[in-house]
Design a protein around this ligand. Structure first.
Ligand code: COA
Length: 476
């Protein structure tokens, strides 16, 4: 009996030892699977493991350009972007600058790819209930209404945060807190108040706005970074936060080199500005510098062959110091390499206008593309002025997906700018913009879980349909 007990006990100990061994053997494998607390690297080939922002749900209350730029970027990166639009009206840009009768404008289609559209009257009682469900469902609410408009809909930060403490509420406004915070703002207002216009143009001309939409699209881009950062922080804190990008701030951020120059003025003239070489005194503020380079290497726009008839037969030419000797040889001025008036950068500064005039005599004998090829062979940085036509037709931009042709059910094929941010494991597919309210039913039933009966009630409530026009009085 006693022997049996001992045998049993020994067997138990052996089994326990085996278990321990088993456990010990498992540990390192588990460690391998979760390195630094992160999931194991995907075994799928690059580009086939989903998108960067898969699973992120955006309640998109944006309109016009700044907000839609932001949410389009997030949608390209994989977020499910649900665009809320006013029934029967939609984003105002759907009908602005229309080129094809009855179809959504390019203004709209080019800013709203990869999104779904739901129409909701946000001031209707039933509409508000639907919005509450969307707020609970989504991760981020993005809006760029006029100051106070979201609050007037009842969607204050406190209200949203109570419904969904994880919600990130991201806004574009014209100005941050201060004297102008209540103002409505469009692109050029931001360019003017953010320091861009006062520093753009020629010294003897008025301030100029630029063609690039640095106020709208630039701020949308800033906002997208703010949102992604807030999502990242939420992983740690578990709670959402407000993200604000003021257009004035966004433009100023892009014009920061001009604030740099403002402070340099205290210590003497800005020697790289052609104004210095022309002996024209500087005033109190950073002046407009024409086509002077914003950096430390002098540059200017020069005519090329055909400039008399082609408004874009020009090239930006940079006299970068390390390749100065190569420039001298190329333009047929080898004597400048040793001439004390030209050999060193400080000696050239007061002569920049004349130097560029001499280089231009050379560039005018070649097309802008010939200058590009000849200069780049010698590492001389130059930039041909490309027209939008040339950009649209450039095969390499089509190949990289920077310029994309998209089909659309009512307007047909059109060109658009694809995602300029290239990720090797999150490939962008540019999908057409949604028609107004195209996904209303789909979102109500499949995303928010309304039953067929509830859907019918919502439809008759008037919350998702345009208000009915009053019936015409019958002729007596
Ligand atoms: N249901 C019901 N009402 C809706 C709605 C919906 N789905 N969507 C919008 N509205 C209402 C708003 O509540 C607001 O009403 P309210 O003023 O009575 O409160 C109204 O539509 C208009 O919104 P608003 O933002 O004032 O539009 P606007 O056309 O008058 O102004 C801007 C346009 C761009 C000037 C302004 O929105 C703005 O300054 N935005 C911030 C800065 C910005 O992004 N500017 C650049 C745009 S590219």
């Amino acid at each position: 009996m006693a022997k049996k007990k001992v045998k049993k006990a020994k067997a138990k100990t052996k089994a326990a030892a085996k278990k321990v061994v088993k456990l010990k053997a498992k540990k390192p494998a588990a460690k391998k699977a979760v390195a630094n607390g992160l999931p194991r690297p995907s075994g799928k080939p690059f580009g086939q493991a989903g998108k960067a922002l898969d699973g992120v749900k955006i309640l998109d209350f944006t309109h016009v350009q700044s907000g839609p730029t932001c949410t389009q970027l997030l949608a390209w990166l994989g977020a499910d972007c649900i665009k809320v639009e006013r029934p029967g009206v939609g984003d105002i840009t759907r009908t602005q600058l229309r080129d094809v009768k009855g179809a959504d404008s390019l203004y709209f289609t080019m800013l709203n790819h990869n999104k779904r559209s739901i129409t909701i009257d946000s001031k209707h009682a039933t509409g508000k209930q639907i919005l509450d469900r969307l707020i609970k469902h989504c991760d981020v609410l993005v809006e760029n209404f006029a100051p106070g408009a979201l609050d007037r809909m009842g969607l204050t930060w406190e209200y949203i945060h109570k419904l969904n403490p994880r919600m990130i509420v991201a806004s574009v406004k014209g100005f941050g807190p201060g004297p102008y915070e209540e103002c409505k703002v469009y692109e050029n207002v931001a360019q003017c108040t953010g320091g861009s216009a006062s520093t753009t143009g020629f010294r003897d001309g008025p301030p100029l706005v630029t063609g690039a939409q640095i106020g709208d699209s630039g701020t949308g881009l800033h906002l997208a970074l703010g949102i992604v950062s807030a999502l990242y922080q939420r992983n740690r804190t578990g709670r959402g936060q407000r993200v604000l990008c003021a257009m004035q701030d966004g433009v100023l951020n892009l014009a920061r080199v001009k604030l740099r120059d403002q402070q340099r003025l205290k210590h003497g003239p800005l020697t790289e500005f052609s104004q210095y070489g022309e002996g024209i005194p500087f005033g109190e503020a950073t002046p407009r510098a024409g086509n002077d380079s914003g950096g430390g290497q002098p540059g200017w726009i020069l005519k090329c062959k055909g400039w008399e008839t082609d408004p874009n037969a020009y090239i930006y030419f940079i006299t970068q110091a390390p390749v100065w000797e190569a420039i001298c040889d190329l333009i047929g001025k080898p004597e400048w390499k040793t001439d004390p008036d030209y050999a060193k950068p400080p000696a050239r500064l007061p002569r920049l206008k004349a130097i560029f005039a001499t280089i231009e005599e050379w560039t005018m004998t070649k097309t802008k593309f010939e200058v590009m090829d000849l200069c780049n062979a010698k590492d001389i940085p130059v930039g041909p002025i490309l027209s939008m036509k040339e950009i649209a037709e450039e095969p390499s931009l089509r190949k990289t997906g920077t310029v994309v042709e998209v089909d659309h059910p009512t307007r047909g094929a059109y060109l658009t700018v694809g995602n300029p941010i290239k990720l090797s494991d999150s490939i962008t597919e540019v999908k057409r913009s949604p028609l107004l309210g195209e996904h209303t039913e789909e979102i109500l039933t499949k995303v928010l879980g309304y039953s067929a009966k509830e859907l019918a009630e919502i439809k008759t409530s008037g919350a998702i349909t345009p208000p009915e026009k009053p019936a015409k009085a019958e002729a007596a």
